[in-house]
Every structure is written in C-alpha cells, then in structure tokens.
Design a protein. Structure first.
Length: 200
C-alpha cells in the first residue's frame, strides 16, 4: 500500500487488494437490499446524478428542505449497521477509538458526477472523513479550503482509500467523471464510494 499526499489528502493507492474489495461488495449487498439507493434532490430542484444510501446511526439525505443527516432512510426505516470490515478500515487508517456513525454509500452509474463541495454537515471537523472506492475508476478533483483557485485531479481506482483530515478536512472536492466499465468488480459496472464520517 503506497501512501502519497495531494493537497493535504492522504491517498492510499493502490489500497485494498481484490479479496478485500470483493468482501466489501459482499457486505454491501444486504445493506442495499434493506436500504435501497435513492436519487437525492438538489435543494432548488433537480436530482443528483449519484444515487445514495447509508449505513450507521445517521445517513445523509437531501430533499426540498435541504441537505442534512437523518436517522432514517426515505422509506422511514432506520439505516442498517456499518459492517465490521468497513469499520476496520477506519481503525486501520485513522487509529482512532471513536468510530464513524455514518457510512455514506454513493453509486456512480454511467455519466454520474459530483460537483465540488465541502463535507461540512458534521459537528466536529477534528475527525477525518475516510473514503473507499470500489469498481470503476473515478476522477477526484481536489481544490482549496475556499471556493475557487487552482485544483488538482487524481484517478481513484478500485480499493483506493483517501483520508481527508487535518488541515484538509474542509477542502473542496468532487468527482468529475468515471470511466464506466473500467473495472469488473461490480457486475453492472459503475463506481461505489464509501465515506466514513463522525456526525455527532
Ligand atoms: C464524496 O465527496 O462524498 C464522494 C467522493 C468520491 O466519490 O470519491
Ligand atoms: Mn464529500
């Protein structure tokens, strides 16, 4: 596992091996059955191209009343628990005793992208956000702690892990595009990104 830094983000790349990647996909299946992916609305109209769901005490939702964490899936049910192999990646990369209370699951199908944004709906920015990529390659764009200015990009492959913490916790980031069907991990193609967050 090579570790490199880009604009304060720690990139562990190549990250998880193919056995570990397959294990994660297996433990996501029951979560996706219990808490199906949905297309969040953008406040002001329209839908995000990325489909989402979550595991943990909190999940991230967005609808006409805005972006927020919620204790319930749009179906009204509580989110499934975060599986232990995912929590273990958090322990291994952060060394923290405190565990994340949200695992946001983003699914990028063909053509999906995510605009530059900060992760700032959490209560305490001293905790990092840990991202795990599975499936197709995704082009991560990393900017600055304020909007605008120069940016850099890096392709994230299946198994790559990114730790967004410290000074870079509030750095703008987004995903410009994916290389659809570049990986054979997910039977229908696409990219899954997991982000582990301490919400409260
Ligand atoms: C996110 O910022 O929530 C997702 C980042 C990614 O898909 O790599
Ligand atoms: Mn984010």
């Amino acid at each position: 596992m090579a570790k490199l830094w880009l604009r304060g983000f720690q990139l562990i790349k190549p990250g998880l091996d193919s056995v570990a990647q397959q294990q994660l996909v297996e433990c996501l299946r029951p979560i996706l059955r219990a808490a199906p992916l949905f297309s969040p609305e953008v406040p002001g109209g329209g839908k995000m191209s990325v489909r989402m769901t979550s595991a943990g005490a909190f999940g991230w939702v967005s609808d006409a009343s805005g972006y927020r964490y919620s204790e319930r899936h749009p179906s009204g049910r509580r989110w499934p628990d975060i599986p232990d192999p995912i929590l273990q990646i958090w322990r291994d990369t952060t060394g923290l005793d405190r565990l994340p209370d949200c695992c946001l699951i983003n699914y990028y199908g063909e053509g999906a992208r995510m605009g530059l944004h900060q992760d700032k709906d959490e209560a305490d920015f001293s905790y990092p956000v840990v991202s795990i990529s599975l499936g197709d390659d995704g082009l991560l764009r990393i900017g600055n702690q304020v909007r605008g200015g120069k940016t850099d990009t890096v392709w994230l492959g299946s198994g790559d892990v990114v730790v967004m913490g410290g000074e870079a916790r509030l750095t703008y980031h987004g995903v410009d595009r994916i290389r659809f069907k570049s990986s054979r991990l997910l039977p229908k193609g696409g990219r899954i990104n997991l982000t582990l967050r301490v919400v409260t």
